[in-house]
Design a protein around this ligand. Structure first.
Ligand SMILES: [Fe+2]
Length: 241
């Protein structure tokens, strides 16, 4: 496991990509591997920003992010996605940190946690569901935008192409995390404790009214009807009840 960065350390990343009126994403590199990560940015009803799986950006793009609104909430979506959280908290000390209930102890090793997904009340734009069947290790963040609802998941569903470099081959082929959308073999081993329960939860998310997109932390977005199809396809990697 890579150590969390305690200073602002910028790795290669793409632009701030707008997905809807109040929703953006940035895709960026992880240290030493071809697998990439995604930060999801939401502007809440009060204009402030919530960052899901925060990525430290270069100064020009960090300024662009700051111009959208004050950074109020940092979401660390599991114990392994804490890489840039301490540097963010240092730079934005007033931001509150939230994570899934079971991730709290690991996240707290590197940054103070203000609450879990269970403590985050629906703010009118963002709400959280703790995913069933994963022992509260991850959740679903659901975002309301003008064009519909977006489901944001972390490691539990991946949507990537296969990687050809050695470590990438290990992650995507040996550990079965690509091609996506799917629940990876690694996730099934590490996170999933009750496959039918998680499968049912993914199917419920697929049936959300006005589902406009599925965003995952690794890597691709599914838009429109492909969002529900992606969730249903990922669910097929889990045993039914
Ligand atoms: Fe991850």
């Amino acid at each position: 496991m890579v150590k969390a960065h305690t200073s602002w350390k910028v790795l290669k990343h793409g632009p701030l990509e707008q997905l809807s009126d109040n929703l953006w994403r940035v895709q960026g590199a992880l240290p030493g591997m071809s697998l990439e990560r995604v930060m999801t940015v939401v502007q809440r009803g009060d204009g402030s920003l919530l960052l899901h799986s925060p990525i430290a950006l270069n100064e020009a793009q960090q300024a662009e992010l700051e111009s959208l609104g004050p950074i109020a909430v940092l979401v660390v979506p599991n114990g392994g996605h804490r890489l840039d959280a301490p540097a963010y908290k240092q730079r934005y000390p007033r931001a509150l940190v939230f994570c899934p209930p079971q991730a709290k102890s690991r996240v707290q090793e590197v940054v103070a946690v203000d609450g879990t997904y269970l403590d985050y009340a629906d703010d009118g734009v963002v709400r959280f569901e703790v995913l069933e069947g994963v022992a509260e290790a991850e959740g679903a963040m659901i975002v309301r935008s003008r064009d519909g609802q977006s489901v944001v998941l972390n490691d539990v569903v991946m949507n990537m192409d296969k990687k050809k470099d050695l470590l990438g081959y290990f992650f995507t082929t040996v550990l079965g995390s690509a091609p996506g959308p799917r629940v990876s073999r690694l996730s099934r081993l590490v996170y999933v404790k009750d496959q039918p329960a998680l499968r049912a939860h993914l199917e419920r998310l697929a049936a959300l009214p006005g589902l406009a997109r599925l965003i995952v932390s690794h890597e691709k977005v599914a838009h429109g009807e492909a969002a529900a199809a992606a969730l249903r396809q990922a669910a097929t990697y889990l045993k039914p009840s």
